[in-house]
Design a protein around this ligand. Sequence first.
Ligand code: ACO
Length: 427
Amino acid sequence: MADTAKISIGGKTIDLPILKGTTGPDVVDIRKYYAESDTFTYDPGFTSTASCESKITYIDGDAGILLHRGYKIGELAEQSTFLDVCYLLLHGELPNAAQYEEFEHTITYHTMLHEQFDRFFQGFRRDAHPMAIMTGAVGALSAFYHDSTDINDPEQRMISAHRLIAKMPTIAARAFKYFTGQPFVHPRNDLSYAENFLRMCFSVPAEDWKPNPVLTRAMDRIFILHADHEQNASTSTVRLAGSSGANPFACIAAGIACLWGPAHGGANEEALNMLKEIGTVDKIPEYIQGVKDRRYRLMGFGHRVYKNYDPRATVMQKTCHEVLKEVGDENDPLLKVALELERIALSDEYFIERKLYPNVDFYSGITLRALGFPAEMFTVLFAVARTVGWISQWKEMIEDPAYKIGRPRQLYTGALERPYVPVDKRP
Ligand code: ACO
C-alpha cells in the first residue's frame, strides 16, 4: 500500500499519511484533514476510526484472536494468574518472580478502604443496584486519596493504579454485602486476590469460610478474561474523561457508568435473563423466530469487533462446565438451553450471514450464578476485572506525547440562526 492516501474534494487533492501498526489495519492519518479541506469526517459509533495509538491489546475480530501485550488470551487464562496479567497490562512485560512477589504484596496491602469510606454505603437504599453503588462509591475514592490524583506525577499515577486494582474487589464485595443485608467482611492479607474477593463476598460471621480451589481458579480466570479489550465503549469513556486531565478515580467511575449498559457489560445479566425466559430447550425455535422478527436480540451473541467465535467465550464455556461440575449443577437446565441455543444459532443462516457468534457473556452468567452471585452482581465483577485495563489505557494515554483533549466534531442538522421570540409572541 502507498504511504499516502489521496482524497479529492472540492477540486482539490489532499494527501493523507498512512500509518502502520505492528499488525492490524493501517490507518489514514486525518489530523490535518479539516485544516486542508474545511470538511469533517463522519463516523458515528467509531466503526472506522482509530481514536488512539496503543501497545496494550490487539484483537483480530475476523480470526477470533485476542492478544494482551502479544500473549494469547487462551494461554493467559490457562497458565497465568489475574495479578500476572495486571502487571503485564500495566507494565508491558510479564513480571519475573521477584517483581511478581513485590506486585502481589503491593496490591494485597492496598486492599483496605479508609474507615470513613464505609459510611458511603449506608447512604444507599438497601435495594440499590450494586452497579449504582459502584458508580457512586468509586467516584468518591478521589475524595480520599488526594496523594495519588496528580496525573502529571508518574509515581502518583502508579499508586492510583495499584489502589484501584486493590480496592475495587473490596468495594464490589461491600456493594454485594450491602445489597444482601449482611455485614461487611474485611480483606485478609494471607489470601490470593480471587480468594480474598470470594471470601469478602461469601463469608458470614456465623461460620467459617473455606476456599475452594476450583471456584477460586474459575473466579481468577473470569477476571483474566475481562481484564482488557482494546478501545471498547467503557475504555474509550475512561480515555475521554481522562483526556481533560480528570483524576484517575473519576475516570474509572465514568468507565463503570458506561459499562453498566446492556449492550456492553450489562449483557451477561441480560443473557442469563434470556436463558431463564426461554426456560426449556423446546422453546428455543420460537425464541429464535422472535430474534429473526427483530422483536429482540439474542443476548450474549454478536460483537462489534469479533465476526468469529470470541476466544474468551471458548475459555468461558470450559470454565462454566468446571464450575457446574464442582457445585454439582451439571444438569442445570439453563446450561442445556445455552448449549442447544448455541448449536442452533451457529447452524442457522440468519446468524451465519451476520457473523453472529457467542461472546464472552453468553456463558459467564450461568457460571457466575453457579459461583453464588445474583445477576445484579455480574456487571460489578466485570468492572472489578476491567479496572486494570481501564487504568493501563488511561496511563498509556497520559504518557503519550500526542495526547490531546478528546473533542469530536459533528454534522449539524439543527436550526439556522434565528431571532429570539418572547414567550407572549410564541404560537
Ligand atoms: N441478536 C440478533 N441479531 C443481532 C445481534 C444479536 N445479538 N447482534 C447484531 N445483530 C444483527 C443486527 O440486527 C444487524 O442485522 P441487520 O444487518 O439485518 O440489520 C446486524 O446483526 C449487525 O448488527 P449491529 O447492531 O450493526 O452490530 P454492532 O457491531 O453495532 O453491535 C453489539 C454489536 C451491540 C454487541 C450487538 O451484537 C448486540 O447488541 N449484542 C447483544 C448484546 C451483547 O451480547 N453484548 C455484549 C458485547 S461483549 C461485551 O461487552 C463484553
